[in-house]
Design a protein around this ligand. Structure first.
Ligand code: FAD
Length: 402
């Protein structure tokens, strides 16, 4: 392609979208869209709930992240063959104290040459669901309110015993002792949903939780709420002052349903080929990256970034293709992660953690590092920020539209 720079529109500013934007902003006209005005290091949100001052480090305004092109705060309403339609009103309704962070733009139609859908997934619980607060001020206020509710609670129920539920239970049991913490999961072991988890890791994690006073109920699906009580499919009645729903993470792909419904699988994930291009779309220039796609691997931020690298290289190759050449360019292939050690590291409070290397459970080194710092400094550095303060460390500031 020659002439004016190609328009690359990236939907979703999580690990996948931001990394992709940073890799492409020098070679293309990049626009990054997110419904909120801040990046969230979402695996650290649970700890911010028990330690609210952490919020300043893990909620980072997009305006402060270098090299992401033009940022637009808006809800993606629908995706079309040549453009994306935005719904700003929805964003404003969601955010009571949304504030302008840059030049205003009223254009609700974003045409694109390349589209990357990086909209991830959401949990029903506000603990992990960044999308419910679209301004950083609302998000921090929500964390403070959540912390007060937790401090005042006598009992806490966590529904879902996958990695998110387990880490939530562990964090609360260690940081806010004295609460009656119950973890209920539908599988016969904790972490039951995480791909390739060996029994030894699940057993170790369950042992740790019970040792720290967490009541673990397995093989029961808490699928009904009657008069505020959660009832399991086996009839157990679970009452608690505070409930966190950590099950049922759903891909954020509703905006695909209008014109691209055929591109979604039965779990509403976006079907992709080995180049992470959307399967079933007429265009070869539409990619889906990270948690929203159907790549068969554990959904992790680290892997979302790896996928972004592959797509960035392919888009760069396509951009270099001289006009008029009809031979398809050779695109990068993404190989789903199957390495060892597995990248799933479970933090169990601040001082303990576990991962597995083959069938051996490892509780020192990486797990300890994750549990202590939750890779916050590392993630901030990857974003091009100072490890501690949300100031520029390198690169140029983005143009920001709201
Ligand atoms: C408790 C917990 C612990 C975890 N631990 C780890 C870990 O230790 N290591 C690790 O690597 N990963 C971990 N993960 C997983 C990791 O957080 C995800 O894999 C990663 O965030 C996925 O990145 P993504 O960019 O694909 O999507 P997301 O991070 O989900 O980002 C998607 C973005 O799209 C935006 N968006 C969605 N829909 C719309 C719309 N319609 N309009 C506008 N914007 C929209 C959202 O606001 C969001 O900013 C953990 C997750 C949780 C919940």
């Amino acid at each position: 392609m020659s002439g004016p720079k190609a328009k690359v529109v990236i939907l979703g500013g999580g690990p996948a979208g931001v990394h992709l934007a940073q890799l492409l902003h020098k070679v293309a006209n990049v626009t990054l869209v997110d419904r909120k005005n801040y990046y969230e290091i979402n695996w650290a949100t649970v700890r911010a709930h028990v330690q609210p001052d952490l919020a300043d480090e893990i909620f980072i305004p997009y305006a402060g992240i270098p090299g992401i092109g033009t940022f637009v705060q808006a809800e993606v309403a629908s995706v079309h063959a040549d453009c994306v339609l935005l719904d700003r009103a929805m964003t404003m309704n969601l955010s009571k104290t949304s504030f302008p962070i840059g030049r205003q733009s009223n254009d609700d139609r974003l045409p694109y040459d390349f589209l990357a859908i990086c909209t991830g997934g959401s949990y029903p619980s506000t603990l992990h669901q960044a999308g419910v607060a679209t301004s950083i001020a609302d998000r921090k206020a929500g964390i403070q309110a959540g912390n007060r509710a937790l401090q005042n609670a006598g009992s806490v129920l966590i529904v879902g015993a996958g990695p998110a539920g387990v880490e939530t239970a562990a964090e609360i049991a260690k940081a806010v002792p004295g609460k009656l913490v119950t973890l209920v999961g539908a599988h016969s072991s904790v972490l039951g949903n995480a791909q390739g988890t060996p029994p030894a890791l699940a057993q170790h994690v369950e042992w740790w939780l019970r040792k720290h006073g967490v009541k673990v109920i397995l093989d029961e699906r808490a699928d009904k709420v009657v008069d505020g009580a959660h009832i399991t499919d086996k009839g157990t009645n679970l009452h608690a002052d505070v409930v966190y729903t950590c099950s049922g993470s759903k891909p954020n792909t509703k905006f695909m349903e209008k014109e691209f419904a055929a591109c979604l699988n039965e779990k509403r994930r976006i079907k992709v080929d080995s180049h992470l291009r959307v399967v079933g779309s007429a265009s070869a220039n539409i990619f889906a990256v990270g948690d929203c796609n159907d790549v068969p691997e554990t959904k992790l931020g680290f892997l979302a970034r790896e996928q972004a690298k592959v797509v960035a290289t392919s888009i760069k190759t396509m951009l270099k293709q001289p006009q008029g050449v009809t031979i398809a360019p050779r695109l990068e292939v993404y190989v789903p992660y199957s390495g060892n050690p597995k990248v799933l590291i479970i933090s169990l409070g601040r001082k303990h953690g576990a991962m597995h290397v083959g069938n051996v459970v490892v509780t020192h080194m990486l797990p300890r590092i994750k549990s202590k710092h939750l890779f916050i400094g590392h993630t901030r550095k990857q974003l091009g920020l100072d490890k501690r303060e949300g100031m520029f460390a390198c690169g140029r500031a983005p143009t920001v539209n709201e």
